[in-house]
Design a protein around this ligand. Structure first.
Ligand code: PEP
Ligand code: MG
Length: 600
């Protein structure tokens, strides 16, 4: 038995079987000379591998056309890959390289494709550059077949698995067969990485940043994943398994508990201060889960998840339908839809090759991408405006760093509104416009931004990342991402004060909003509205109801004057001990929690 430790990223506990996922990696290749008398057999090996890869692509395409996996747009890509695979010129190029070098076929395929890819990448034609990823995918399938390895895909799983990977992309999580994935274990990623956020939204337990997982775990290994504690037992002993059964029971109890009794009660402190609790969602169907948990609205709909899929950018009509679906499901409650936050780790397949950046998190992301691609942005804005008549819409702009970006976005929104009117499309007259505060410059200039916005929504995942210079997806520096750092608290305070001075709301939609260990501090700082994954709502509500606003303000004043995050973490722990917290609000087993801080 081996025990791995990682970051508890999405709650739950599961027993299951490991599925090693390495979709984007080309297997390690040996390079050797094939004896002349074995060359004919080597050519036959290539033909058989091409047949196997072709069968694999055909079956994925058929599944996709039947509506499974990533959806219809994906089948066009698979069709293009099939054409490449069957292209006689491609096959001739591989065979020519084989005659020239005499090396083994895996190496020859890899070498040929590398040459083709570099010519494609250098092309001035964007369509040609975009095909480079497809040819890489085709090569990977042929090489796997040559090595006798099974195809590695999360789309066509035929049994329940625990996915183990070095890293996993948001797009891969969206295309996986969700019902079969019981847990996720990765070596990379942090508590606020997008993989963690999506796993949480899907209700799939996840332990991220578990160093050495991909090498310590073999395919089919039994695993016991405790995603509340962030541990993974590999090939657990009989004794460990017996103890783990209790962990499973407790996780089940916690998942079921609390929400029903609390649903109808307000999120009100003992001394009568009320805050709003809303839900973060990634797909329209999550709205039902939000309502079930007692959400008073949607505080963040990450619209980019509609775009991160193989195939073309969604059309205006398709987007209108998705936004309408959420507005209708929420029956008049406020719905905050954030415009496209593409880039960083959420690169749109269409723009994958354009976005070849050294520092993607500091690059072409979110509002910057939208302002640079006004056609895509205005299509989204028109879809939002058209959907607005179906409910109570708020539009939120991501990663705004200053007034110029906000004003450009507002100007494009005006243009989109005029375009809708010209087509006689109905648009609501009362749409609140919000700004995400997630770049330090936006917090520092919040007084200016507050003059042009109806509300702020603080994105602590990015605000912590950019203020403390800690990549939110890098497990090596994850322990430095401490939201109780006085630098962060001061930015939060500045933002809230600037909002209140101009009479607008200060909401928070970063992961911190759903952490009950921080609820008192955030209340004390003056946050008006908290938006979080639906399953966190009951615990945060229970916490709000156990506190006094007056005590929270005293705590915030103390923390703001703190010297460093360690001192503040100790302050928060002592405060939590002093203020009795309801069991439902703890959310972690006694003695195991990192609550309230420091964060793992
Ligand atoms: C944030 O940065 O806190 C946020 C809510 O946005 P995202 O996690 O999607 O980057
Ligand atoms: Mg963000």
């Amino acid at each position: 038995m081996k025990k791995l430790k990682g970051i508890p990223a999405a709650p739950g506990a599961v027993l299951g079987k490991a599925f090693l996922y390495a979709e984007n990696e080309v297997p390690e290749l040996a390079k050797y000379t094939v004896a002349p008398k074995a060359r004919n057999a080597e050519r036959k090996r290539l033909a058989a591998a091409i047949d196997a890869a072709s069968a694999e692509l055909r079956s994925l395409k058929a599944r996709s056309e039947a509506g499974a996996g990533a959806g219809a747009g994906y089948s066009a890509i698979l069709g293009a890959q099939l054409l490449m695979l069957d292209d006689p010129e491609f096959q001739a190029a591989v065979l020519t390289r084989f005659e020239e070098t005499g090396f083994n076929m895996e190496w020859v395929v890899y070498d040929t494709v590398r040459g083709i890819m570099s010519r494609m990448a250098a092309s001035t034609l964007p369509a040609f550059r975009e095909r480079a990823a497809d040819i890489h995918d085709v090569a990977r399938r042929i090489i796997r077949a040559l090595l006798g390895q099974k195809p590695c895909s999360l789309e066509g799983l035929d049994e329940d698995v625990i996915v183990v990977a070095r890293d996993i992309l948001p797009s891969e999580l969206f295309s996986m067969q969700r019902s079969r994935v019981k847990a996720i274990v990765t070596e990379q990623g942090g508590a606020t990485s997008h993989a963690a956020i999506i796993a949480k939204a899907f209700g799939i337990p996840a332990v991220l940043g578990a160093q050495g997982a991909a090498s310590a775990i073999a395919a089919g290994d039994p695993l016991a994943v405790d995603a509340d504690a962030g541990t993974v037992l590999v090939r657990p002993s009989a004794k460990a398994l017996a103890a783990f059964r209790e962990v499973l029971r407790e996780a089940k109890r916690r998942a079921a508990g609390g929400s029903k009794a609390l649903r109808k009660l307000p999120a009100e402190t003992k001394d009568g201060m009320t805050v709003t609790l809303e839900a973060n969602i990634g797909v329209p169907s999550d709205a039902a889960r939000a309502l079930d948990a007692g959400a008073e609205g949607i505080g963040l709909y990450r619209s980019e998840f509609l775009f991160i899929r193989p195939g073309a950018v969604p059309s205006e009509d398709e987007q209108t339908a998705a936004y309408r679906a959420v507005l209708e499901a929420m029956q008049g409650r406020p719905v905050t839809i954030r415009t496209l936050d593409a880039g960083g780790d959420k690169v749109l397949p269409e723009f994958e090759n354009d976005a070849d950046e050294k520092n993607p998190l500091l690059g072409w992301r979110a509002i910057r991408f939208s302002l640079a691609r006004p056609a895509i942005f205005k299509t989204q804005l028109r879809a939002l405006l058209r959907a607005s008549v179906a409910g109570n819409l708020r539009i939120l702009f991501p990663l705004v760093s200053g007034i110029e970006e906000l004003e450009q976005a507002l100007a494009l929104l005006d243009e989109a509104r005029a375009e809708c009117r010209a087509k006689r499309q109905r648009v609501s007259g009362s749409i609140d416009i919000g700004v995400m505060i997630e770049v330090p410059s936006a917090a520092l200039a919040a007084d200016v931004l507050a003059g042009r916005a109806d509300f702020f929504s603080i994105g602590t995942n990015d605000l912590v990342q950019y203020t403390l210079a800690v990549d939110r997806g890098n497990s090596r520096v994850g322990a430095l991402a401490q939201p109780c750092h006085p630098g962060i608290l001061r930015l939060l305070k500045m933002t809230v004060d600037a909002a209140h001075a101009k009479g607008i709301r200060a909401a928070m939609c970063g992961e911190l909003a759903g952490d009950p260990a921080y609820t008192g501090l955030l209340l004390g700082l003056g946050i008006d509205s908290f938006s979080m994954d639906a399953q966190a709502i009951p615990r945060v509500k229970a916490m709000v109801r156990s506190l006094r606003a007056e005590d929270c303000r005293a705590l915030a004043a103390c923390a703001l004057a703190g010297r460093g995050w360690q001192e503040n973490a100790a302050l928060l722990r002592a405060w939590a001990r002093k203020h009795e917290r309801p069991a439902a609000a703890r959310g972690r087993r006694p003695g195991k929690g990192s609550a309230p801080a420091p964060r793992a």
